[in-house]
Design a protein around this ligand. Structure first.
Ligand code: GLY
Length: 360
């Protein structure tokens, strides 16, 4: 078992990672505090694929599948259901699922009767290493992701790595994008271990090793947000590969490309800019792009660099026109850089688009 304490000043909580933890979820939820009622928010696909006593023991609210379910109308519907079921300020909400479920449940918990406690039980690799950790909540509006959101930390996070056995290979590979990201921004040794064992890891051959990887990722993530909970400084480094990655996702209208796949391309593009700025030496850049380009993922067929760039401009506007970009100084070391130009970004997008093209 791996256990981590998140030592936020006003909000200390525990992350527990253990195979077969799911057999004990009900007693663990009941022992956090004395809640009047416990409610689960999940999706039908989770109920169908995961076996766990907590899912049948507590009233369960099912939200639709897919990113589109993160909407204000879905929030209104869930709030009405919670009221009908007698949820009150002493109740506990449990977000049980992938990033969509945890983003959504965290948001509902942060606004229901001005805020009630919540716990996360992530079921995807992406959820276990990133989206359930750190207190960001959000729903979408008019195609813009997470523009309606809050910061609210859960009371606990319970991770059973055996849930990963229910996922497709594509979902596992997608989750590994965030794992590789932690290596690139914070831990060269970890990056090299993941890189050398990649094929074995994505086959989930050694769940003990996967459990340890999840633990190390959670530890890295805590280090990035513990002194910058509200994302004004160090936490922004977690965005490595995401500015271009999000733009690629928007370009494809969030269809046919997963978040992780887009982040893989975003990380190559950011490594390209890092090298162009003289921060990352050529051999490291070559290692990164050889490794990541060769990971099995959807291609960027005929990506229009200008159009992708337009989505980045939109993203920047949301950041108050500040031109922050996360670049690598080395494998395992990243910084926030302000002098990345639009030409740098367009060149990097053209690089990933053309590289992929030449591979087809
Ligand atoms: N996913 C990036 C963050 O939590 O800040």
């Amino acid at each position: 078992m791996h256990q981590l304490e998140v030592p936020l000043k006003n909000n200390k909580y525990t992350i527990l990672i253990k195979q077969e933890l799911s057999n004990r979820f009900d007693s663990m939820l009941e022992n956090i505090e004395h809640y009047s009622k416990i409610f689960i928010v999940t999706q039908q696909s989770i109920i169908d694929s995961v076996s766990c006593n907590a899912l049948s023991k507590y009233p369960t609210i099912v939200i639709p599948e897919g990113e589109d379910s993160k909407s204000i109308s879905a929030v209104e519907s869930v709030v009405s259901q919670l009221m009908d079921l007698g949820c009150n300020r002493d109740s506990l909400l449990v977000g049980f699922g992938g990033g969509t479920v945890t983003d959504f449940t965290g948001f509902v918990a942060s606004i229901f009767m001005r805020g009630i406690d919540h716990v996360f039980i992530p079921t995807t690799l992406l959820g276990m290493v990133d989206s359930s950790i750190g207190g960001k909540t959000g729903v979408n509006n008019n195609g813009a992701r997470n523009v309606i959101g809050t910061f609210k930390q859960p009371k606990a996070i319970y991770i059973d790595p055996l849930f990963l056995k229910t996922l497709s290979k594509k979902d596992i590979i997608s989750g590994f994008a965030e794992i590789i990201k932690y290596g690139l921004i914070a831990d060269k040794k970890f990056y090299n271990t993941v890189k050398s064992n990649f094929i074995k890891l994505i086959r989930l051959e050694n769940i003990d090793q996967i459990e340890s990887i999840i633990y190390q990722c959670c530890k890295h993530k805590i280090n990035f947000f513990i002194d910058d909970e509200f994302d004004y400084n160090k936490r922004m480094i977690l965005n490595f590969g995401h500015t271009i990655g999000h733009a690629i996702e928007s370009y494809y209208n969030y269809k046919n490309i997963s978040h992780g796949e887009a982040v893989y391309y975003g990380m190559i593009a950011s490594a390209f800019i890092s090298h162009k700025h003289g921060l990352l030496i050529e051999s490291d850049f070559n290692h990164i792009h050889d490794f990541i380009f060769n990971i099995s993922k959807v291609g960027l067929n005929n990506l229009d660099s200008e159009k992708v760039y337009k989505y980045i401009k939109y993203d920047k506007k949301r950041m108050g026109n500040k031109n922050y970009f996360i670049l690598l100084n080395d494998i395992g070391k990243a910084d926030i850089v302000e002098n990345v130009t639009s030409d740098d970004i367009k060149e990097a997008i053209t690089f990933i688009a053309n590289y992929e093209y030449s591979c087809n």
